[in-house]
Design a protein around this ligand. Structure first.
Ligand code: ADE
Length: 250
């Protein structure tokens, strides 16, 4: 039986999805609240993990072992690293890397020791499905119905674009231009940074669970990121999560 885990890091990424549930039940376990129920008659388990790789990894393990999910969707925000990304754009993680993993000289930079792996790839079929769903959603301009004109202006969101590629995760919030520039030099193909995706990807890989990581750009991971991040999660991130999840679970 198909059971989809839907995960975010913070309430502002996931409360909107919880509000979509029918037959909602609450389960408390390991200082987290898991909501079981259905969206469009599909069984789902929805939870926010809290921020960071450890919080995310334990939450995914619980979803797999206790709630028996068979696949996982992560929805949340990220800071733009590649110059082509703008606030309000959506990123699908074709591949995920832990940018703060470095056991050199024992192992190559970024490689997870003894797993012989630095890059975790999302399931191709689901990437294709999510790509066409999100492109259609952006074309139909659904977001313009649910975000106020004032907020669109405030966040300078004009015509949000979809990007598919590499996402970097680490236990680090990017809040200065120099932090961003250092990472751009090390991983020039990196689209954006967040703090959970590659941990989720590693656990799903180890258990053979297909996953996709979907991120909306909340800030540009630079000197302005703290202010941008806080106002984006307050006003916009739940709206994106709701639209993305509603359209994907059809
Ligand atoms: N998630 C959203 N914005 C971020 C940033 N600037 N750094 C790390 N994770 C983020």
């Amino acid at each position: 039986e198909k059971i989809i885990g839907i995960m975010g890091a913070i309430p502002e990424e996931i409360n909107g999805v919880v509000s979509l549930l029918s037959n909602k039940k609450e389960h408390k376990l390991g200082k987290r609240t898991y909501y079981t129920g259905e969206i469009n008659n599909q069984k789902v388990v929805v939870v926010f993990s809290r921020i960071g790789k450890v919080a995310a990894a334990t939450t995914v393990s619980t979803l797999i072992l206790e709630f028996k999910i068979t696949e996982l969707i992560f929805t949340g925000v990220a800071g733009a690293i590649h110059s082509s990304l703008k606030i309000g754009d959506i990123v699908l993680g074709e591949s995920l890397i832990q940018h703060d993993m470095n056991a050199h000289p024992l192992f190559p930079a970024y490689e997870i020791p003894l797993l012989n792996k630095a890059y975790f790839n999302s399931d191709n079929e689901r990437i294709d499905l999510a790509t066409s769903t999100i492109l259609e959603m952006l074309e139909q301009q659904n977001l313009y119905d649910v975000i106020t004109e004032e907020d669109l202006k405030k966040f300078n969101i004009h015509s949000p674009q979809l990007h598919v590629g590499l996402i970097g995760s680490g236990d680090l919030f990017f809040s200065t231009n120099s932090q961003k520039e250092k990472l751009q030099e090390k991983l020039p193909e990196l689209l954006c940074v967040e703090m959970e995706g590659a941990a989720v990807a590693q656990v799903c890989y180890e258990f053979g669970i297909p996953y996709i990581i979907i991120r909306t750009i909340s800030d540009e991971a630079d000197d302005k990121s703290t202010v941008d991040f806080n106002s984006f999660i307050e006003k916009i991130s739940n709206v994106y999560s709701i639209e993305i999840i509603k359209n994907i679970i059809k």
